[in-house]
Design a protein around this ligand. Structure first.
Ligand code: MTE
Ligand code: LUZ
Ligand code: MOS
Length: 749
């Protein structure tokens, strides 16, 4: 079935934050962000701004009734800068005026004088200066020190991956309305409504039950609204609360890009050791995560880098350390893959380096080291239902990859200025929040007297189709049409204490909670049906909106059943609570069983490179992906295509660039190149490995949101192989994104 929203999206009828009808008297806000990346505040003059006609008030840290603190994991991020600023764009003040234009004009009248302090943008420099956001962590398996002697080949190298702008179509924003008894209703474009609610409570010093956060949908989040939507929600709540007027804020794109954190850039050093039969005996890496000026989600992202630093391989002796480095950039944050792509790039680089030095293909090394059933991950979990070999083998066979490789090499030997390249990218991604506590969700189901169904869960619809999947779950349990189901907004008053919709687990967690609620209702309804049919409730069944008795239709409809249940005073409302079983993690040992299951897949990417200009096209992306039993193949395929494109963009063209003063140079779409239709592979084939699917996935349909992002990593190595075909002396380097400019330089040096 299609996404429930697609028709409204196409007609422009779907309601986003900025489409919510404004209440009379609504004020408009604009944020004053620091013009410098690091400095001690000597003077903050808001008088000119405040005296501008139409300006209601300018808020600073002095107006905060509670804590000036929005840090979720570590309390190190003020809502408004107090005595110093730590990144360019850091919020210093909020202007509230009768219209947006006036608010923005007033922002330009604010004067901030700072004494400049040293600016750090490079994580390695930060590490050398002892500027860490929190202590480093190390994951280990086997014995790395003893392992090197047993290696026939040892290679070393350095890798860098860049930041990435989320570029959700809907920018950050929120709209707060004061309500009775000091309460607030807040519409927020957030993946984490509870985080917004909780942080408002902290900053305003009012209890959480006084704050209702409501989210209909997002115009994209991609992780950028897991944590970073919070500050903007809190700002409007503060203003609305203190002024007792509705206040709305929606960032302009250029402000959004400048003020918000991005995917963490990482720099890394690796060492890889192989036996003569290409088994990876040892892998050691030290990674420097560019955390930006405050912690945000960096500890959780660092953790996922550690979890996925060996990707889909079994490496018996491993030691991975990650440092989270404090720099003067906006706090970097969640982005699809959540540190895993950065970790996987390092191991894939190490494999590419080894392959190049040994004059073999990376495929040979990849293949020799793919995870097998019962292999141990460096975090202690044992690989079960391991599908990576099946994915890789299916890919090799389905597309005859060796023939493609042969054709490319024949092509390259006769073509001089145009070269082609191929690379394979296996992926293994763990499903669950790595923080065990977060793996819980709730759902609230009402069946109305007419048989229609209203569903509230903690899941946020951000384009990924979670609402459609949830509607399908309810429709499947009751055996009714999805037309009967309405997905309500996500609202903290209806469903409390939600985890953000993230970690690809939105459908699993909320779907399972919904399943529990629906099954509870179904059980009661069957008792009613049994009475109506004068039989035992084991003998009744609902099928296609009809009641069956011993498999034969009774002619009683779903609607009649619900009506009867109401008349006999049976509750038509149920709440479901789900927490993922079996998972745990012991941080003191860095071992445990953090993931409900793993998602597997493999991609082959081919490219054609114009060696005169450095321009390239991505020709093919051939993918074999383990969906389990997909609830919705159309949506899941869309997730693969979208993830792939985002991954290709990160690896090949999206270049976030700050100057040495910490000022963002790539601050709009004229200086920040994102993939367009011409950047898409000319041919994409997505083959579903239809496995039964794990019990812990929603109706055995595996989570799909993030894993396909990493297929895009194949584009880097395919390009690199094309470069090598032209420039035999090219010494592989691993510095993403591999933009056409960088490609050109590598072709001729
Ligand atoms: N797809 C769309 N269209 N828009 C998004 O914002 N976010 C991605 C992915 N796919 C995103 C998306 C990210 S980062 C995650 S974690 C998952 O969707 C979240 O949704 P899920 O848990 O329901 O898969
Ligand atoms: N967010 C989070 C995530 O808080 N924990 C995670 O493990 C995670 N993984 C992926 C994406 N977001
Ligand atoms: Mo996704 S990075 O977990 O929001």
């Amino acid at each position: 079935m299609n996404n429930l929203d697609s028709e409204n999206h196409i007609r422009g009828k779907s309601v986003y934050l900025d489409d919510i009808p404004e209440v009379k008297g609504t004020l408009h806000a604009a944020v004053f962000g620091s013009p410098v990346a690091h400095g001690r505040i000597l003077k903050l003059d808001i008088s000119k701004a405040e005296s501008l006609a139409g300006v209601e008030k300018v808020f600073t840290f002095k107006d905060i009734p509670g804590e000036n603190e929005i840090g979720g994991i570590i309390a190190d991020e003020p809502l408004f800068a107090c005595d110093s600023v730590h990144f360019s764009g850091q919020a210093v003040a909020l202007v509230v005026a009768d219209c947006e234009h006036t608010a923005r004009k007033a922002v330009s009248l604010i004067e901030l004088v700072t004494e400049p302090l040293g600016v750090i943008t490079d994580p390695r420099v930060a590490k050398d200066k002892g500027e860490l956001l929190f202590p480093p962590r190390t994951f280990r398996l086997g014995n790395i020190t003893g392992a090197w002697d047993r290696c026939d080949h040892v290679f070393e190298g350095k890798t860098d991956t860049g930041a990435q702008e989320h570029l959700y179509i809907e920018t950050q924003g929120a709209y707060a309305l004061p309500a009775d008894n000091n309460s607030l209703k807040v519409y927020s474009s957030t993946q984490g409504p509870t985080a917004v609610q909780k942080t408002i409570a902290r900053v305003l010093r009012i209890p959480m039950n006084h704050i209702e956060v409501d989210v209909a949908r997002l115009g994209g989040g991609f992780g950028g609204k897991e944590d970073q939507a919070t500050g903007f929600g809190v700002m409007v709540a503060l203003a609305a609360h203190l002024l007792q007027r509705p206040v709305k804020l929606a960032l302009h794109r250029i402000d959004d890009i400048r003020m918000t954190g991005k995917r963490h850039p990482y720099s890394a050093d690796f060492r890889i050791g192989l036996s003569s039969d290409l088994k990876i005996i040892a892998f050691q890496a030290t990674l420097y995560q560019n955390g930006g000026a405050a912690t945000d989600l960096s500890p959780a992202i660092l953790e996922r880098t550690l979890f996925h630093s060996t990707n889909a391989y079994f490496i018996p002796n491993t030691e991975i350390t990650v440092y989270s480095c404090r720099t003067n950039l906006p706090p970097n944050t969640a982005f699809r893959g959540f540190g895993a792509p950065q970790g996987m790039f390092v191991i894939e680089s190490a494999i590419a380096k080894a392959a190049s030095e040994l004059n073999i293909t990376a495929r040979q090394i990849q293949y020799a080291n793919l995870l097998n059933e019962n292999d141990e991950f460096q975090y202690g979990q044992i690989a079960k239902d391991t599908r990576i070999r099946q994915c890789y083998d299916t890919l090799l066979k389905r597309h005859n990859i060796e023939k493609i490789a042969e054709e490319i090499s024949v092509f390259n030997s006769s073509s001089h200025t145009v070269k082609r390249g191929l690379a394979l990218m296996p992926v293994c991604f763990g499903i669950s929040f790595t923080n065990t506590t977060m793996n819980q969700a709730r759902a609230l189901v009402h069946i109305y007297q007419d048989g229609s169904i209203g569903i509230s869960t903690g899941a946020i619809e951000m384009g990924q189709g979670v609402n459609t999947k949830l509607a399908q779950v309810a429709a499947a349990v009751f055996s009714v049409s999805t037309d009967r189901v309405k997905m309500e907004s996500t609202n903290t008053t209806r469903v409390a204490n939600t985890s953000p919709t993230a970690a690809s687990s939105g459908a699993d967690l909320n779907g399972n909670a919904l399943l529990i609620a629906c099954n509870g209702l179904l059980k009661r309804l069957k008792i009613v049906a049994a009475k109506m049919c004068e039989c035992s409730d084991n003998d009744v069944k609902i099928e296609n909106e009809l009641i069956l008795k011993n498999g034969i239709s009774t002619g009683i409809t779903w609607q009649q059943l619900i009506h009867k249940a109401f008349l006999t005073r049976i509750s038509l409302t149920e709440n479901g609570h789900y927490s993922t079983p079996y998972i745990y993690f012991d941080k003191t040992k860095e071992k445990g069983h953090p993931f409900a299951y793993h998602v597997y897949g493999a991609a082959a990417v081919t490219v054609t490179l114009d060696c005169i200009r450095g321009m390239y096209t991505i020709d093919q992306a051939l993918i074999v992906h383990d969906f389990g039993s997909s609830l919705n193949p159309v949506i899941d395929k869309g997730q693969i295509e979208g993830g792939l494109m985002q991954g290709i963009g990160w690896m090949t063209m999206e270049e976030v660039s700050y100057n040495n003063d910490g000022r963002l140079l790539s601050n709009s779409l004229s200086t920040y190149k994102v993939p367009d239709i011409y950047s898409a592979p000319k041919f994409v084939d997505i083959h579903a490995l239809e496995t039964e699917g794990p019990e812990l996935a929603i109706m055995k349909s595996k989570a799909v949101g993030e894993p396909p992002f990493m297929y895009g990593i194949g584009a880097y190595f395919a390009l690199q192989n094309a470069i090598k075909a032209f420039n035999k002396g090219y010494v592989l380097d691993f510095d993403a994104p591999l933009t056409p400019e960088k490609v050109l330089m590598r072709l001729y040096t």
